[in-house]
Design a protein around this ligand. Structure first.
Ligand code: WT7
Length: 658
């Protein structure tokens, strides 16, 4: 029993020494789940008070519900006040000031830096003071466009310290994509760096920022971290400042700005079914509670863990499970600048051995790439420090799961296949490392407080074993509250499809043990190597070039990337017949509109798209053709011109015949 807070956890006898998690057994899991269902307010208030440091403790939990979300947004801990950096930094100064907070592994193996909680606190305060000096105020937006350097986390936390709202844009995005995001959130400041480093290549972050800001007037200041002094970049007088000049001289103490629990902490853009990415808004109190709780519980976090999530801070995984969750829990969190195959395919395992990593969190696509190189590169290293292995981002096939479990984990580590989304803030369906019996390929069971519902296409609830669309019927503290500047779009995207439910956009199967098997998106969102992109974003890039009249983009199963991109393009009558040149132009257009991480795998020129008589493109047909199943097209009789299908099937053969 927890003597100090008897109200909070009455299953503490299950807590292992040094563990932050009260859920060590299935009995404890069931008990927590039942309590969170019976009394969500009580359960989450207790967690919020226990895991987060408040200026003013909240006295109640949830306000709002999924039926009225259009008029009154969901809120948790509404009367609480806090600054999230006090949970992530200040309070650790008493107990773990010299513990490593961020352990950085640079692009070159062994190029490492480590920042203790004391040093990180100082660095964040300096940066916050510099940002304040540059005029950044509470509620204003700052874009962070950086690579994987500790300064990216420092910049996020410095914004949070001031109550400013950060929006991290993944360093792979193009100038155009960056400009869209700057405009959409009305950013007044950008934090970037000269170049990013990935696999010995330079990513021209400052150059891209300059291009994005051409003709833009909203951004007053650009703060530039210098990663490589040997690279020259163009600095605009009056607008651009070097980090080492502005930040290093700033004072190392900075009073944190007090925020309301529901003040926005950050905006993160993600792709949906339209060409325009949406900025999901996460708020301070609920998000921090959710990430701290799930980070501790899913991974069974221990005080002496070396925890490594090798994602990028440009995605939600980096926000929740490199920065906010781990730092709130006082963990040692590794940041990795490079890629899994540089300089060799044993890079991850080399890092595990050198840093004695105990919890390792990566994406199925990386596992598939590395598994293709066999056991040799893994066996070269001592991986005995590993205890928990996590995956996220896409379904993991049982073969990759087994390789991860048997070869990397040597059969003794728990594998947690964590299902969640940018929108959910943190884990929603996942094994709990010490408790949940795994099934390879299944994300298993819902986190306490998550109430999934499987529905059919009409929204009818499915009871027991079933296949259908995955919804969640009750609010949880970590969920995104709105789409920045467009609450109507938030409601339309997530709450209009099925009445009074949050619709995830994913399909799933539930087996007779109640385990969930996520089958993938049922909307027009693609998941390519764990990167989320909308088919509409590809399509609008394609039709923007002169030679292309119409385009339709679909995903198809890809052995390594999870999904590949198949683009069907209809040429303009006067496009000419140099298909090679048009193809090059099309690829460049996509790269410019989205970024280097967006690539069309198959570009097929077609005489027309399969359309109904009312002019609606039948994407289902195009998907089947790309999947190499032209014999399973279903009914094509409603098409305006069924003959076009035969030509498309014929033209797809070079791609789809194996
Ligand atoms: C989509 C969310 C969650 C952080 C990284 C991606 C897919 C995610 C799993 C999983 C099967 C998964 C879903 C989801 N997804 N995790 N364990 N098993 N699918 O975040 O970019 O918001 O993408 O990724 O389709 O909807 P995201």
């Amino acid at each position: 029993m927890n003597e100090e807070r008897p109200d909070i956890i009455d299953v503490d006898e299950w807590v292992r020494e040094g563990s932050r998690s009260p859920i060590q057994t299935m009995a404890a899991y069931r008990e927590h789940w039942a309590r969170a269902e019976a009394d969500p307010d009580g359960y989450w208030l207790a967690q919020a008070k226990q895991r987060v440091q408040w200026r003013k403790q909240p006295s109640y939990g949830l306000e709002g519900n999924f039926s009225s979300v259009r008029d009154s947004p969901i809120a948790w801990f509404g009367d609480g006040e806090l600054n999230v950096t006090e949970s992530c930094l200040d309070r650790h100064l008493e107990t773990r000031a010299d513990k490593t907070a961020i352990l950085w592994e640079g692009d070159e193996p062994g190029d490492t830096r480590s920042l203790s909680y004391r040093e990180l606190h100082e660095a964040v305060c300096r940066c916050a003071n510099a940002l304040r000096e540059l005029g950044l105020e509470k509620g204003e937006r700052a874009i962070i466009y950086m690579g994987m350097v500790p300064e990216a986390a420092i910049a996020m936390l410095a914004c949070a310290r001031l109550g400013a709202v950060h929006s991290v844009v993944f360093g792979g995005f193009s100038a155009e994509a960056l400009r869209d995001r700057v405009r959409d959130c009305g950013a007044s400041l950008i934090i970037t760096q000269d170049v990013g480093k990935r696999g010995s290549k330079n990513i021209p972050l400052k150059q891209t920022t300059n291009a994005a800001l051409e003709g833009e007037h909203g951004v007053r200041k650009v703060l530039v971290f210098q990663r490589d002094p040997s690279v020259e970049v163009e600095m605009k007088a009056g607008r651009d400042l070097w980090w080492h000049e502005a930040v290093d001289k700033a004072s190392p103490s900075c009073e944190a700005v007090c925020c309301a629990a529901e003040d926005p902490l950050f905006i993160l853009y993600t792709s949906g079914s339209t060409g325009r990415p949406k900025g999901l808004v996460h708020t301070c109190g609920g998000y921090l509670t959710w990430t701290a709780y799930t980070h501790a519980v899913t991974f069974d976090l221990r005080e002496d863990d070396v925890y490594a999530c090798v994602a990028d801070v440009g995605w939600i995984t980096g926000h929740s499970y490199i920065v906010y969750g781990p730092l709130c829990n006082g963990a040692t969190s590794l940041m990795f600048e490079s890629i899994p195959t540089y300089p060799e395919v044993d890079r991850y395992w080399d890092m595990v051995e050198r840093h004695k990593i105990s919890v390792f969190y990566t994406a199925p696509t990386a596992i598939r790439v590395l598994a293709a190189h066999g056991e040799g590169p893994v066996r070269k290293h001592d991986l005995s420090s590993l205890r928990v292995l996590g995956t996220v981002g896409e379904p993991i096939d049982p073969a990759a799961w087994r390789w991860y479990h048997e070869v990397v984990g040597q059969g003794r580590c728990a594998v947690v296949d964590t299902w969640w989304q940018t929108e959910t803030g943190g884990h929603c369906i996942t094994p709990i490392a010490p408790a949940t019996p795994a099934k390879p390929g299944s994300a298993t069971l819902p986190v306490p407080g998550i109430m999934p519902m499987m529905v059919d296409a009409e929204g009818a609830p499915q009871i027991g074993p079933a296949e259908g669309r995955l919804c969640i019927v009750y609010p949880w503290p970590g969920m995104a509250r709105t789409v920045w500047g467009d609450h109507g779009r938030y409601v339309a995207t997530y709450f209009d499809t099925f009445k009074s439910m949050y619709f995830t956009g994913d399909g799933a199967r539930r087996d007779s043990d109640g385990y969930y098997w996520i089958t993938g998106r049922v909307d027009d969102v693609l998941n390519i190597s764990g990167h989320r992109m909308g088919t509409a974003e590809f399509e609008s890039a394609l039709i923007a070039i002169d030679e292309i009249a119409e385009a339709a983009v679909v995903g198809y199963p890809h052995p390594v990337k999870g999904q590949g991109v198949h683009a069907y393009a209809v040429l303009q009558p006067d496009a000419g017949d140099d298909l090679d040149a048009i193809g090059k132009h099309a690829h460049a257009a996509v790269r410019e509109a989205i970024g280097a991480h967006a690539r069309i795998d198959r570009l097929q020129f077609v005489p027309g798209l399969p359309k109904t008589r009312s002019g609606k493109c039948m994407r289902r047909i195009l998907r089947k053709i790309a999947e190499g199943e032209p014999e399973r097209l279903g009914d094509v009789s409603t098409l305006a011109d069924p003959s076009v299908v035969e030509v498309i099937v014929e033209g797809a053969k070079p791609f789809t015949s194996r």
